[in-house]
Write a protein that binds this ligand. Structure first.
Ligand code: APR
Ligand code: ZN
Ligand code: ZN
Length: 361
């Protein structure tokens, strides 16, 4: 029997979001219905609402979520009703070239639920990133569910589903930060701060936070940065070099997504260092670099998508480390809010003191 629950809908471009009754079908083959317990508010939800991703309105927003599996469809064996899970937006196919080569992070045939959730008048909903979890219940592909220790707070767990994983993964997976490394993180929003937490977890000796906002830098220091540079007040490349014995950092993580910060990241790394690009640029942005600098600097230039994470490996591990007190994911939950407060959370996003508002259901 299809069920009716409340969900947060973005009805049209730039229109305020609203809570509506949505219809969630029973799970079909390979699908699961999840009773959502918490879902973080991410910039990507705002981009959906603004029409910046596509125009397939109405959207069912929310994608950084954790909850309990309520029911599963035919053929689903990896999760069973009652499992506490974190949702991911890249359920891999297991069969494409990337999957077969053992690199499912680069799977190019990820999938979501086949059936559609709808409004009560039958209008089909587009779930944000194939999840749609600002809702009491949501329908996903079973492969989007990763079982983790149910003792963790759902608000904390849900954040691993997107931004926090992207940042931690940029450091530990893409950047491969090692014990004793020097790391610089340019841009200390939720993603950059998560990269700082990841670098700390990996044993980096120096973690240099760079931002243009002193409040962000203070927060970054509280999360694990050892030094901070306000790039409005000082040239960040010179400052990073100075803090690293003149060499530049072993790993520089760019978490802004702008040409000037890409360029800073490029020059702030040690000659054999790694630049990890996690900030997403817009299509019109370009960057000009002297080829001799590109050639002359060794190391690696890598982009990081979803923190190169493998949910089945990384989600349970990070939950366990959090439960053991070895990483504080709670620092990323600024406030918990109700399902009717998503619009307010969007407004607060740019005030500078919010890492994540998390809807608790
Ligand atoms: N130099 C340094 N920091 C900057 C600059 C700059 N020129 N411009 C902006 N910033 C800082 C902001 O002050 C803010 O702290 O970058 C940070 C960006 O943080 P958020 O807007 O909170 O974004 P976040 O969610 O962290 O995502 C950052 O990563 O995954 C991507 O799409 C995401 O491109 C985005 C980036
Ligand atoms: Zn694949
Ligand atoms: Zn997100």
């Amino acid at each position: 029997m299809a069920q009716q629950v409340r969900g947060v809908i973005a009805p049209g471009k730039d229109q305020p979001v609203r809570v509506e009754t949505i219809v969630v079908p029973d799970p079909g083959p390979g699908e699961a219905v999840v009773q959502v317990q918490a879902c973080g508010v991410c910039h990507t939800d705002l981009h959906y609402k603004q029409g910046g991703i596509n125009d397939e309105f109405p959207f069912l927003l929310g994608h950084e979520a954790a909850g309990v599996v309520e029911s599963v469809g035919e053929g689903v064996t990896d999760v069973v009703p009652g499992d506490f899970v974190i949702l991911n937006w890249r359920a891999v196919c297991g069969q494409c070239r990337a999957c077969l080569r053992g690199r499912p992070q680069y799977c190019f045939d990820t999938h979501n639920a086949k059936q559609k959730m709808t409004l009560t008048d039958g209008t089909e909903l587009s779930p944000a990133l194939g999840i749609g979890a600002f809702a009491e219940k949501t329908l996903v592909a079973a492969g989007q569910c990763t079982k983790v220790d149910p003792a963790v707070s759902p608000a904390v767990a849900g954040l691993l589903g997107c931004g926090v994983m992207a940042g931690i993964g940029a450091a530990i997976n893409t950047g491969n930060v090692g014990r004793g490394d020097s790391v610089a993180v340019i841009g200390c929003g939720g993603v950059g701060d998560a990269a700082i937490a990841g670098a700390r977890l990996a044993g980096a000796a120096k973690i240099i936070a760079v931002d243009i906002d002193d409040r962000k830098l203070e927060k970054a220091l509280s999360i694990g940065a050892t030094h901070s540079v306000n790039s409005k007040a000082a040239d960040p490349v010179a400052a990073i070099r100075e803090l690293t014995g003149g060499f530049g950092a072993d790993v520089v993580i760019e978490a802004v997504g702008r040409p000037e910060t890409y360029k800073q990241a490029f020059y702030a790394r040690d000659l054999a260092g790694t630049v990890v690009l996690v900030g997403v640029p817009t299509p019109e942005m370009t960057l000009e670099l002297p080829l001799l600098d590109v050639f002359g600097r060794g190391g690696a230039l890598k982009s990081s998508w979803y923190g190169d994470c493998l949910p089945s490996r990384d989600f349970p591990m990070l939950v366990d480390l959090h439960q053991q007190g070895r990483i504080d994911l709670g620092a990323f939950v600024t406030e918990t809010i109700g399902i009717g407060d998503v619009e307010k959370a969007f407004a607060r996003m740019h005030e500078g003191d919010v890492l994540r508002s998390v809807v608790v259901l």
